[in-house]
Design a protein around this ligand. Structure first.
Ligand code: GRF
Length: 226
């Protein structure tokens, strides 16, 4: 069955675009029924409109509290029959009420290998720390910031010479690969949670790319002979 998704965003919406592209090419069995932003001029809203998607602006400044704002979001998402909520650069903390309104049906993408570097500017945090491997994570959302059962991660080597911005751009490219994949697993009902961990149903596992059992990401690269 085609999964009805509601997308929440605050910014440029390149992850939304990646999801739209996968839906339009037929790889992702989902439909985006509503795109909501708390920021009136968010570029992601234009992307949505260009593809004929319904959009709604629900500015957080119009609400007296986080709870009130989240209640407006819940109402809108329910009105559109959303089965899963996809946070795509949504720069607001969600209240426990919101999380409980869509139990185990809210996904987030974060530009770090969680649980490292939560919060804002994760790519810069990673670069400043001097990590040699960075990446991105898609996870189910719980009541805590950038926390919840991990669905998929993508890792890449960090070059000491590159700027934080270059690293962020390369991480973003990873995000665009892994978020649609996580959503497709959700659409296919492949994601179970057992003792706080995601268990991916086996069906179709052999077709996964890249293969998980014969690849490492080692940074800096090994010298010949090692
Ligand atoms: C991404 O880096 C995502 O991981 C983070 O916010 C950014 C959103 O980018 N949560 P975009 O709006 O999808 O381009």
């Amino acid at each position: 069955m085609t999964l009805s998704i509601g997308v929440l965003l605050s910014g440029s919406g390149t992850n939304l675009q990646a999801i739209i592209d996968r839906i339009e090419e037929g790889t992702l069995d989902a439909r985006i029924v509503i795109v909501i932003s708390n920021i009136p001029g968010a570029k992601g809203l234009d992307r949505a409109r260009k593809h004929g998607l319904q959009t709604r602006v629900i500015p957080h400044r119009d609400s007296a509290s986080r709870q009130e704002h989240d209640a407006a979001l819940i109402t809108c998402l329910r009105q559109h029959g959303v089965q899963a909520v996809c946070l795509a650069g949504y720069m607001r903390l969600l209240s426990p009420d919101f999380v409980q309104a869509f139990p185990r049906r809210i996904l987030n993408i974060h530009p770090s290998l969680l649980p490292a570097f939560k919060g804002v500017h994760a790519q810069k945090q990673a670069a400043d720390y001097g990590v040699l491997i960075a990446g991105a994570t898609v996870h189910f959302v719980d009541e805590h910031l950038d926390h919840g059962p991990i669905i998929i991660q993508g890792a890449l080597p960090v070059s000491p010479a590159e700027s934080g911005d270059d690293l962020a751009a390369r991480i973003l490219a990873v995000e665009h690969r892994i978020y649609p994949q996580a959503l497709q697993w959700l659409a296919r009902d492949r994601l179970k949670i057992d003792q706080g961990r995601v268990v991916l149903g086996l069906q179709g596992l052999e077709g996964r790319f890249p293969a998980v059992h014969d690849q490492f990401c080692i940074s800096p690269g090994l010298e010949k002979g090692f």
